[in-house]
Design a protein around this ligand. Sequence first.
Ligand code: EPZ
Length: 451
Amino acid sequence: MTTVADAKPFHWEYRPEAVARELFRVEGGQPLEGTVTISGAKNAALKLFAAATLTGERCRLTNVPEIEDVRVMADTLRDLGIVVDHPADNVYEIASGDVEWLFVPLEAAAKMRASFILLGPLLARFGRVIISNPGGDRIGRRPVDLHVEAMRALGAEIDYRNGYYFARSPGRLRGGTVRFPFVSVMGTENAMLAATLAEGKTVIQPAAQEPEVDDLIEFLQSMGASVQRTKPDTIEILGQKRLRGADHQVVPDRIETGTFIVAAAVTGGKITLNNAPCDHLGAFLDTVGRVGVDVSCHGDTIEVDGSGLRDGGYKACDIETAPYPGLATDLQPPTAVLLSQANGTSRVHEAVFEDRLEWLTEIRRMGASVEVLDPNHATIDGPSQLVGTEVEIGDLRAGASLILAALAAKGTTTIHGAHHVHRGYENIERKFRDLGASISRTAEGTADTSS
Ligand code: EPZ
């Protein structure tokens, strides 16, 4: 067993890569019509890539969304010396025979927080890893203390220096009880990944119940892991000496699905969503139903009729985000755009992240009547006629929601920071154009040729 001392001398200079700054131009007011096919879920795919590092055998993932975050994860694994092939669109093959360099640099974390999900599997399989602290982002401080405590509960030793966690496990990790003070999605996933190769049994409580966590459990089981959700909020794992390669199809993206449902609702259009995970959207469908949007599910097909918008029939509705099965915090921004078109005052309680309401100042610039009361509470009065203007994207979900507001607005909206949206939505402009939207993407500083 190699010790941390055998690791290559630690020297790394952070060289942030320039991001291509792009913008969207959207001509609003067009009811969307037609059919859209939902892609695989970003928040499942990234963890499945990490799980594939638990074995030296080849794993094949299909229905992987072609998004920037997946490309970053693939490159991060390649930088570790892992073979990542991309034989076709939406298909990746990963073979982590042997890993040369157990180091996840700041570059990866700076581009994508989810790179921290590599802590558990690399520590469990190789007994050591140096990984960058991902830090916070526009939606909150986002500490990783629960992840670190979970690894310590499984017998790991972890030091923190110069922005990096130095993690090692003298011998195999040891199964144990991982008790979280509150639900953490990636905290649950990191602990679960580590526990699959630990000695003995691990119990995780309260374990996150997000469908993406169950998708990861399914993949791990097909790799030969003994992992079960024994109660809604409890996951039990019996560690194995090794896991095998497996194939897996990524679960469809419930957040992308919710985004397109709101797109039909706020443009007064009619759309059909294929490959849509209806049964993963309980709280959201309940919310849009209370607002008065006509949504019907038929297996993995969803029909949305937004004609309620024209009849002025949308009703205000109070919302509160929560871990699954509550209303997803990632669907708070799209839902807020819908509430800006509803009659009356809606109260928004963002209970998961402490900075996820700031983006509302951008739709206020488009004429929405919103008031941010404190970091977790806001009110939205409606209906407001949104009007095209210049806005700036701060994060992925706010970005997609500004596109929704622009599609509902009168006139042209210029949305700066398009790169944020490409982190998590596959071909979003093409999908909207196929539904009749007028949307283009150009490099910042390029003259507006659309008018
Ligand atoms: C996952 O983030 C998702 N990201 C997020 O989606 C999603 O918003 C979030 O879960 C909640 O559903 C991925 O799966 C890649 P948490 P995660 O740990 O796991 C606090 C998107 O747009 N916390 O469940 O990082 C934390 O600050 C993204 O796709 C600690 O305090 O979220 C937050 O307030 C955005 N210490 C709360 O817990 C910790 O160690 C829940 O966060 C960990 C979390």
